[in-house]
Design a protein around this ligand. Structure first.
Ligand SMILES: [Zn+2]
Length: 229
């Protein structure tokens, strides 16, 4: 995305966030052609899919899936970019609602009670103004008829300041980055933990570990895109 593209989308929001083409009157946010061509993974209908495989031997999760394959400079990157860096909440809600319908029709995900977005550190959220995973989660919760919980899981440490440390050191830190409060109300629930893009899975592993310590919970994972290929 160039400065010119940013300028265009600021003043002409009636352009498709996937391809940049003009939207027809009956289209909103993403054009019909892009919707049709979205590179869906369909991981939600296969228990042992590539997202699940990331977590094998690491954590005991119930199910895991990503909506789309991520490719640099492709439609999916434009969509994630619009949500994350241009504050296009409508994009996150739409993607969440679309994916929620798929998940609701899957036996692996149709018992989800609570949707919990991976939290940002409060300083970062204040700076950005919103949490992109929360917007996606809001769309998911809506079409899955589940509750959105943005309070129970929180980030204790601001990991932005730790990027210079070695990978192992960072992992040691990331393990203690998240914490859970009011555990009681999550007991026995099927929790869907959501993030924007899954790459190494380290953030999801660290946050899921905290949730898995709650008695009787099932934890499943979902993201907008999958970039570990
Ligand atoms: Zn398009």
């Amino acid at each position: 995305m160039s400065i010119f593209d940013d300028f265009i989308s600021l003043f002409f929001p009636h352009l498709c966030v996937g391809c940049g083409n003009q939207l027809f009157k009956n289209e909103e946010i993403i054009c019909t052609s892009c919707l049709y061509k979205l590179p869906k993974t369909n991981f939600h209908i296969h228990q042992n899919n590539p997202v699940m495989q990331i977590f094998w031997g690491r954590i005991r999760i119930h199910s895991a899936a990503s909506f789309l394959y991520f490719a640099k400079k492709g439609r999916v990157q434009h969509i994630v970019h619009a949500l994350k860096y241009k504050g296009r909440r409508d994009v996150g809600l739409l993607i969440g609602e679309l994916y929620g319908k798929d998940l609701k029709s899957s036996e692996l995900f149709n018992t989800v009670d609570v949707v919990i977005p991976v939290p940002l550190h409060w300083k970062k959220q204040k700076k950005r103004g919103f949490n992109q995973s929360e917007i996606f989660g809001q769309g998911l919760a809506r079409s899955m008829h589940a509750t959105l919980d943005t309070q129970s899981l929180y980030r204790r440490v601001d990991t932005e300041t730790q990027t210079k440390k070695s990978r192992i050191k960072r992992w040691e830190n990331v393990k203690e980055v998240f914490a859970v409060k009011d555990e009681k109300q999550l007991e026995g629930k099927h929790i869907l933990l959501v993030d924007d893009v899954i790459t190494t899975g380290a953030t999801l592993e660290a946050s899921a570990t905290k949730l898995l310590a709650i008695p009787g919970v099932k934890v499943s994972l979902a993201s907008i895109a999958f970039a570990n290929q």
